[in-house]
Write a protein that binds this ligand. Sequence first.
Ligand code: SF4
Ligand code: SF4
Length: 161
Amino acid sequence: MNESGISSALKEAGLEVLTCMQCGTCTGSCPSGRYTSLNTRRIVRSARTGKNILQDENLWMCTTCYTCQERCPRDIKIADTILTIRTLAVHEGFMLPAHRKVSQLVLESGHAVPINDDVKEKRKKLQMEAIPETVHKYPDALKDVQTLLQSCEFDKLTADK
Ligand code: SF4
Ligand code: SF4
């Protein structure tokens, strides 16, 4: 992916980052940035210049809480921009191992966090059915989910490299 690849992908998605004035409101608002090396303003600056940041691990530190996007004085769709760059990264084979694992769990079980015996017991204690009304209870629906994910090559994109 060359520099212009990121710029054109953002343009195609209708995302405008050139109006960023580097005020830092996004960085100051970012809950994740308080605990990780994520610097949102820096990500936007890279997006502005089209710099190739597909291998930047900080892309994956964003929890997509959208706080930055709500507060940006220039109405820049920051979280959507990060998600778009992440999508490009995945297509180029870059993803943190933990995110890859979660993606594989979704493919296998239909859940990012599949139920376990401990949770089943807790549900029973709360007078709930042990198995929730999700694909856990309806295996045929899980097959439908897997068919959908395979049709967009989610399985190939998230397979171990
Ligand atoms: S809050 Fe908006 S204008 Fe300010 S640095 Fe972040 S993206 Fe740029
Ligand atoms: S959406 Fe991501 S970058 Fe923006 S404030 Fe939330 S965690 Fe930080």
